[in-house]
Each structure stands twice: as C-alpha cells, then as structure tokens.
Design a protein around this ligand. Structure first.
Ligand SMILES: CC(C)(COP(=O)(O)OP(=O)(O)OC[C@H]1O[C@@H](n2cnc3c(N)ncnc32)[C@H](O)[C@@H]1OP(=O)(O)O)[C@@H](O)C(=O)NCCC(=O)NCCS
Length: 285
C-alpha cells in the first residue's frame, strides 16, 4: 500500500466531496443519527468552496494512485480550525487519518498558529480516540440544536444585519470572550449577507456569522445569544452548536421548543482561553 499526501486542488472537489458525504453519512446512520449532509452535492459544494478559498489549507491522501481522503485547516483567524477530515470507508482505520491530521498540524506550526480546534461527533469513538492520542483536550460538550424559528425579540437587545463597518466592534466582543478575534471568518459572512449583530446600551454586544452548523456567535452575556437565536429565520444545516455547560441557555432553548439532534465535542490543541462570555462554536470550531 503506497500512500502519498499532496495539496488539494479544485479538481479534487467531486471525489473528496463524495468521500466526505459517504464517510459522514455512514457513521451517522450506523448510530441512528440524521446525516450531516442531506445530499452528496451539498458536501461537494462545501469542499469545492474550501478548495478554492485562499483562507483554507487543504491536503489530499492518495492510496495506490486513488484519492482516499482529505483534510482542511481554516487559517482565516488567529486560531485555526481543523476539518472536515474524511477517509473513504474502505480505507478507514489504516492510519491515513492520523497522517492527514499530522500534516495540518505541521502546516499550523509552519505558520506559527498558536492553537487549533475542531468539533467532533460525540458518538464517534474512533475520531475521539485519534484526536485525544494526537494531544487534543476536550473543552466543551456540545448539543446540536434544531427546531422551528422562534420569531422572538429580547427587549433592549435589537438585532440587525451586520455591515463591514461593524467589523471592529464585533472583533472587540470576540476578543473579550475568547481572547482572539475571528475577523477573517466574520468578514466572509458579512460579504455573504448572513451575519447579524445584537446591540445593547447603544453598542455592539454580540454577533453571529450565521446561527447554524457552520457559523459561530459570541455575546457579552446569554441575553445577546438569546436575541440572536430568537431572531434567526432558520437554523442553517443540521442545527447550531450549543455548549451544554451553559445550562441556562441550554434550558432556555429547550423551553422554546428546540430539540437536541446530536452530541458533539469541542476539542483543542495548543493555546486555549476559557471563554469569558457566551458563545456558540461553529463545526469548524
Ligand atoms: C475519523 C477518521 C477521519 C479517522 O481516520 P482513520 O484513517 O480511519 O483513522 P486512523 O487509522 O488514522 O486512526 C484511528 C485511531 O483510533 C484508534 N481507535 C479506533 N477506534 C477506537 C476505539 N473505539 N477506542 C480507542 N481507540 C480507537 C485506532 O487504534 C487508531 O489509533 P492509532 O493512530 O494510535 O493507531 C475516519 O475514520 C473517517 O473519515 N470517519 C468518518 C468521518 C468522520 O467522522 N470524520 C471526523 C469528523 S470529526
């Protein structure tokens, strides 16, 4: 078995996207969870966007000349996000995942990235074990939340669409909560038209890139997150990720009719600051 790793190119989108779709679908179905991607095209589209975005590092594994897996590193922000990492079902458990992880870690070291994070499916024993062996620490148990939009507003916490002129104020809130900002990712979301901000006492007190699987949110307190969640027209993708140690917010979501669709885990390697505010991580951390 001859395995090589090489950078991803846009030509890999179809094959890597299909492997990504099948790998996630089979592990979800094996545990009776709804798959993360509703169709192969959704995963292929996501992989295509990541392969062509300069803010993502990508690596592809080939076994005997056939593509068998890929991994990504989101380097748009100070802290990098790992994933999605997926291996062809027939090639799993043969140390290819370990090599793809070590490859993105080497890239992070070359770029002097102080810390990397990822979110793993809480029911997947293999990925949990692999990441722990590679040095990751469990930081937050998460619940993926889904349900009907709440259509509610929180008095004193108005929500509106974010514009580029809000970027500095949003980054300030993120630094206050996490110790670093996620400005690169936020700017992408503002350009895409999905980002919202919440104001309190006439200043920006929180934001969401999107309330959903691929978006993150921060707020000075739970009130800001309640306003952002309450105003969301939909919870994009499989749902948004809620740190369940934030019991008050978790209970509030349950009282407003949302349901838990799957358990997930936020893990980190390297620099990690315990958050000092309310937050929702994205599936990329
Ligand atoms: C998760 C995934 C990327 C791992 O890649 P892989 O090539 O199958 O995994 P590897 O063989 O490199 O590593 C698996 C490790 O976990 C260990 N392992 C597997 N199951 C385990 C268990 N139940 N308990 C303890 N250790 C276990 C293996 O022994 C191996 O350890 P080692 O590196 O010390 O030998 C791959 O299986 C996959 O694509 N899964 C479906 C999609 C997915 O879940 N992606 C990750 C999203 S967070």
């Amino acid at each position: 078995m001859n395995i090589i790793l090489r950078p991803g190119t846009s030509q890999d989108a179809e094959t890597c996207g299909r492997i990504c779709f099948e790998a996630f679908t089979s592990i979800s179905e094996a545990h009776n969870f709804t798959p993360d991607f509703p169709a192969a095209d959704v995963a292929i589209g996501m992989v295509r966007r990541m392969l062509s975005h300069p803010g993502f590092y990508s690596v592809v594994a080939e076994m005997d000349g056939q593509v068998v897996g890929s991994n990504f590193l989101d380097v748009r922000n100070t802290i990098a996000g790992v994933g999605p990492i997926t291996i062809d079902r027939a090639a799993q458990n043969q140390a290819i995942g370990r090599r793809l992880m070590e490859n993105v870690h080497a890239h992070a070291r070359d770029k002097s990235v102080p810390g990397v994070r990822l979110v793993q499916s809480g029911f997947h024993m293999r990925s949990l074990s692999l990441y722990a062996k590679l040095g990751y620490e469990v930081r937050e148990p998460l619940a993926c939340m889904q349900g009907a939009p709440m259509n509610l507003s929180v008095p004193g916490y108005p929500v509106r669409a974010a514009t580029e002129s809000d970027l500095d104020a949003c980054n300030r809130v993120c630094r206050q909560v996490h110790g670093h900002d996620r400005g690169g990712e936020l700017l992408d979301a503002i350009k895409r038209g999905t980002a919202t901000i919440v104001e309190h006492a006439e200043r920006v007190a929180g934001y969401a890139t999107v309330v959903g699987f691929f978006g993150h949110a921060v707020g000075e307190s739970n009130k800001e997150l309640q306003a952002l969640i309450g105003a969301a027209k939909t919870f994009a993708g499989p749902g948004f990720l809620l740190p369940t140690r934030n019991t008050n917010l978790f209970r509030w979501c349950l009282q407003h009719g949302l349901r838990v669709t799957q358990p997930m885990t936020l893990m980190s390697l390297g620099l990690y600051n315990e958050p000092t505010g309310a937050f929702l991580p994205s599936v990329l951390y």
